[in-house]
Ligand binder design. Structure first.
Ligand code: CMC
Length: 428
């Protein structure tokens, strides 16, 4: 749907076209603003800038709604699997039985890394963060499949499947490498998430026990992370894709963007924060006072979101899952008690209420991952595995858009105006 708005700038009335989304969101198309007025818009952090039209994911941050391709996240979390959801995100519809079988077969066919890639893992020092390994290896994987660069459109289903499948293999290998453990190859008879746990925790000659409740909990974590509209890493993937870089290069850039503690790295930062609070014998109140007084610019990690100003629907599902998994595994975790206490205080505290800060997806996910044995430095890698279908779906959308242009924002220059070059000896 389209329309027009009038914008008055310096007494001049401009007639600008608008685009209205299927959920009623209105975007003012300012593409001609600079030509007509000489002005550009300035929106640091892009809080008020729509970078694209997209049919993949809908979020209403005011009411806490998240839908993938029209399906509510809570319904998918209850009824779907990560792989079915991945198909939905990439191809737009839930798969039929034959489509799901074909997609699963493609994933299995593509799960092995080129054997030479094992040498590359050996080049990383033992201290390397798995996110550094992940982004480097995803990019490296494209070198072994030249048609990722040529013939990329016609081979897209293979490349998409290869990336979803291999990101999991790379992640497990990087964990084994970091811990000095022998590599475990994927098995064709295991489903996606079970296969990942097998590669992480089996030993040569001794397969790990794959408890259904653990497989299900991790599959749910992947599903809840599968897409989230134009966040920092997805926008990065779209930006790189807009230059027509290949799928693997674009996804590798997404991994780098995700790594930061204000984005996907928050799940690791939450656990580090909870451990610190626990080691100091604090119940969370002292820490929250420091946050509110901005001591050292500390933040309550796992709280707040640019878009959600009510609650993050993923956090609600993860919190319930957290209690369930710890119950099923007959485990208790003092860090969960601290997290609940922090949440309880924060939700009744004016600092957090007035700023509309609520728990986000990362607040409880680390506690589940810790309970199922995933080491802390792999938490953000889990997020990356989960987010891969969303990145791929967004990459596909960019590539298939006939109007797509290279992303190239402008700036307001604030540096020195023209000056004359001074020879070295004349400089003071
Ligand atoms: N703890 C304490 N204060 C906070 C927090 C927090 N977690 N988040 C925001 N604030 C305060 C901030 O200090 C500012 O206060 P003031 O108005 O006094 O200066 C106000 O709230 C607005 O903050 P902002 O930084 O302008 O908000 P933003 O929309 O730019 O940032 C955010 C969003 C998610 C980066 C931020 O809330 C944050 O740093 N949260 C902690 C990190 C985190 O959990 N990140 C995961 C996000 S969800 C998963 C994902 O999508 O990656």
């Amino acid at each position: 749907m389209t329309g027009n708005v009038e914008l008055i700038i310096d007494g001049r009335t401009l007639n600008l076209p608008t685009t209205v989304g299927s959920e009623g969101e209105v975007g003012i198309d300012i593409a001609t603003l600079r030509n007509q007025t000489g002005c550009i818009t300035l929106d640091p952090g892009y809080g008020n800038t729509g970078s694209c039209e997209s049919a993949i994911t809908f979020i209403d941050g005011e009411t806490g709604i998240l839908r993938y391709r029209g399906y509510d996240i809570s319904e998918l979390a209850e009824k779907s699997t990560f792989i079915e959801t991945a198909y939905l995100l990439i191809y737009g519809e839930l798969p039929t039985r034959p489509q799901l079988a074909e997609f699963s077969e493609l994933l299995s066919e593509n799960q092995m890394l080129h054997e030479d890639m094992r040498h590359l893992f050996n080049g990383f020092p033992p201290t390397a963060h798995p996110m550094a390994i992940l982004s480097a290896m995803i990019n490296a994987a494209s070198s072994y499949h030249p048609n990722i660069i040529n013939k990329r459109e016609e081979r897209f289903p293979w490349h998409a499947a290869r990336l979803i499948s291999q990101v999991r293999t790379i992640a497990a290998y990087s964990y084994r490498k970091a811990h000095g453990l022998p590599t475990i190859y994927p098995k064709t008879n295991l489903k996606y998430t079970a296969n990942f746990l097998h590669m992480m925790f089996s030993h040569p000659g001794e397969d790990c026990e794959l408890k259904p409740e653990i497989v299900k909990a991790l599959d749910l974590i992947f599903l809840l992370h599968a897409d989230h509209e134009q966040n920092c890493s997805t926008s990065t993937v779209r930006m790189v894709a807009s230059s027509r870089a290949n799928l693997f290069a674009s996804a590798s850039a997404g991994v780098c963007a995700l790594w930061g503690p204000l984005h996907g790295g928050a799940n690791q930062a939450v656990l580090e924060m909870l451990e610190e609070i626990h080691s100091e014998g604090d119940d969370g109140s002292k820490f929250l006072n420091e946050v509110k007084n901005k001591v050292g610019n500390r933040r309550l990690m796992g709280f707040g979101h640019r878009v959600y100003k009510n609650f993050d629907p993923r956090a609600v599902i993860i919190k319930q899952q957290c209690d369930k998994v710890l119950g099923q595994l007959h485990k208790s975790d003092p860090l969960l008690d601290i997290a609940k206490k922090l949440e309880e205080i924060a939700l009744h505290d004016d600092y957090f209420i007035s700023r509309k800060l609520y728990p986000n997806v990362d607040f409880y996910s680390g506690i589940i991952m810790r309970a199922i044995g995933i080491p802390m430095d792999m938490f953000t890698v889990m997020f990356a595995i989960g987010r891969m279908p969303g990145w791929i779906a967004n990459y596909k959308e960019v590539m298939e858009d006939p109007d797509s242009r290279i992303a190239r924002p402008r700036q307001i220059y604030t540096g020195a105006t023209r000056r004359t070059y001074q020879p070295l000896d004349a400089r003071v």
